[in-house]
Design a protein around this ligand. Sequence first.
Ligand code: FUB
Length: 326
Amino acid sequence: MSLVKNKPKYIADHLYTADPSAHVFNGKLYIYPSHDIESGVEENDNGDHFNMQDYHVFSMDDINGEVTDHGCVLKLEDIPWAGRQMWAPDAAEKDGKYYLYYPMKDKNDIFRMGVAISEKPEGPFIPEPMPMDGSYSIDPAVFKDNEEDFYMYFGGIWGGQLQRYRDNKAIEVGQEPADHEDALCPKVVKLSKDMKGFAEEPKDVVILDENGEPLKAGDHDRRYFEGPWMHKYNNKYYFSYSTGNTHRICYAVSDSPYGPFHYKGVVLTPVVGWTTHHSIVEFNGKWYLFYHDSQPSGGKTWLRSVKFVEIDFNEDGSTTTVDGEM
Ligand code: FUB
């Protein structure tokens, strides 16, 4: 594994940020992160301590330049269906409009996906009155394949509630499969032309091992947990994700945005803190990994800080690996 040597840089020290989704719009780099706060909720496996209330947007003209915080662009109290916990968002642009996608618990404590719309990449965003029809679980990542096709990847187990569904339907008792069974898959769905809904039923994103078999639920070092991201490099689709309780960002490659994806390796080794969540973006001819850790808060898992580092691809298409402790 070739380790990245250049030093990562934090984007902000005036507030806590996490789960960065980075995109280039109109020649500028925009970052859509979660906004971590100290809400006093006790830490548990359900993630109740991630009790976020709003979103900020950040931008950079130059990767070595200033980072602008555009302030609060959407808040919980302005969303009619809101319950609690505004988790990892993402954004997309179509025909000059900007769409912010976010997971949030509704009034029944069920995670759904919302969309909010703006004329500008930096918001503010106006929320649609209802969650997206057929949406569930967390961590939407929206990938634009060409001018027409937008795909949303989503899903997260444990606190992200993905284990409560099979075939896109809620089940009676939500459990992860046994260790020897196929792992739960993240989902992919094409978005409707108006960007406000799903154009089809979500499908499984299958990740295959070196023998062409789906990863097993017991393979905690490689199986999907949460935090999906998609980027395209040399005409191949790179699906990357967090392994959750083994704290790695891994990636898998396919010829199709629907997969199946072949497991390839590790993009980021464990960071300080429990969660790890990232995005990968090309900006002015170079590739960057945006991610977070809890170093600035002294290791508090719910108070994270977004940072970024340049990454590279080897000749065989594999990525360099970032040392999460840098
Ligand atoms: O920020 C809350 C949750 O933590 C995200 O939705 C997950 O991906 C994890 O980073």
